[in-house]
Design a protein around this ligand. Sequence first.
Ligand SMILES: Cc1ncc(COP(=O)(O)O)c(C=O)c1O
Length: 455
Amino acid sequence: MADESPTNEAQATVDRIRRALIHPSTNVEPAPARREVTAVGDRPNIDFGALPEYELLKIHKAAGDLAGIENPFYRLHDGLAADTTSVAGHAVVNFSSYDYLGLNGHPEITTAAKQAIDRYGTTVSASRLTAGERQIHRDLEAALAGLHGVEDAVTFVSGHATNVSVIGGLLGADDLIVTDSLIHNSVVEGAKLSGAKRILCPHGDIEAIERALRLNRRRHRRAVIIVEGLYSMDGDMPEIGALVRLKRRYDAWLMVDEAHSLGVLGRSGRGIAEEQDVDPTDIDIWMGTLSKTLVSTGGYIAGSRKLIELLKYTSPGFVYSVGVAPAVAAAAHAAIAVLQREPWRMQKLRQNGQHFTTAAKARGLDTGASIGASVVPIVVGSSPTTVILSHRLLSRGYNVVPIIFPGVAENQSRLRFFITCRHSVEQMTGVLDAVADELPAIRQAPSFVSAFLGR
Ligand SMILES: Cc1ncc(COP(=O)(O)O)c(C=O)c1O
């Protein structure tokens, strides 16, 4: 490839991105090697912008720049984001919050967080293993174990770090990790860290999981199947009973990430085991986050007493990391109490999810495989169109963040709606009418899109 001068570099980037968008199966080609590294004194002059990885960022930016619209990512919110929020001083209806049960800012939860600060301060200052723990940690973990119907739980400071540390620590080079292709990045990173053989099965394909185990299990020491309780991109769920049968047949562990299903699935919000009437102790490792329905920050593992004890003494992300901050633990604990006391929130959420999905389909919109619980995509199928649509919705008073290539395959570019129990029928009808209005208009007058794609 020809050398790129700084002046034609932007165009070259757009060309590379354009090729990737037209042929989504091909990765964006990395930028060609550029300028010699020059020394400034004895320090190399490091230009992170010259890294090939940096080129990927330009996909998002180029789409926005060519359309003459603002970056749809990192929008600045001025206050508490619930069913409504304020972006740059403008009140908008919000469909981009994980606060499915509308608990962020709940007086009981904020009071619990403030009281925990008053009592313990803003941090526990060190790892719990070495510096000790607070009652609030024990209360939260007992409540999480109770919600899942298992013996014990342990909390980590981040949901993402929970998966990385636990999967990376429990599995090793002799082991096998079988996951769904849409599994969250934190699981992928943990699996990479472990050094285990990794097999990604097509989304929702139980037969592919069975085949992966049948063909590979005997060559490995341990095997684990990892799925999500409710998939964060597509809003559908796996069939847990079938996975339990597979894990028994092939002597594997079953791990379920309930980040988006705790407080969402099941009559009383206990997650996919309750939803599908499965014994929760048949799942070896429950994972979840405190950051969605529990309106806090952090992650946890729930399971047998021995599993939790093992993690408390060996998992690097727990042993070598500070304990969850008092306010953070207290908020999650108080959120569990409200969730259990107010099942109407789960019922309303499900009603809203069903209403939104049915109303979207009635307008001819593609909601993919979503079961209409809390996450509902509207698949648009083109990154530039999705970005423009998100921008137009914002100007009509709706905040919905686009998910585009390389986050998903180009033909799967989408707006991802997070439905909450606070949304009203009017808000949902309003945004769907706006999508149904704008989408054909963008597709029919695609001067920008066709220019972008070179068609
Ligand atoms: C399925 C899944 N697992 C884990 C995580 C990481 O959780 P957290 O954002 O709390 O770190 C997320 C985040 O969205 C997720 O969607």
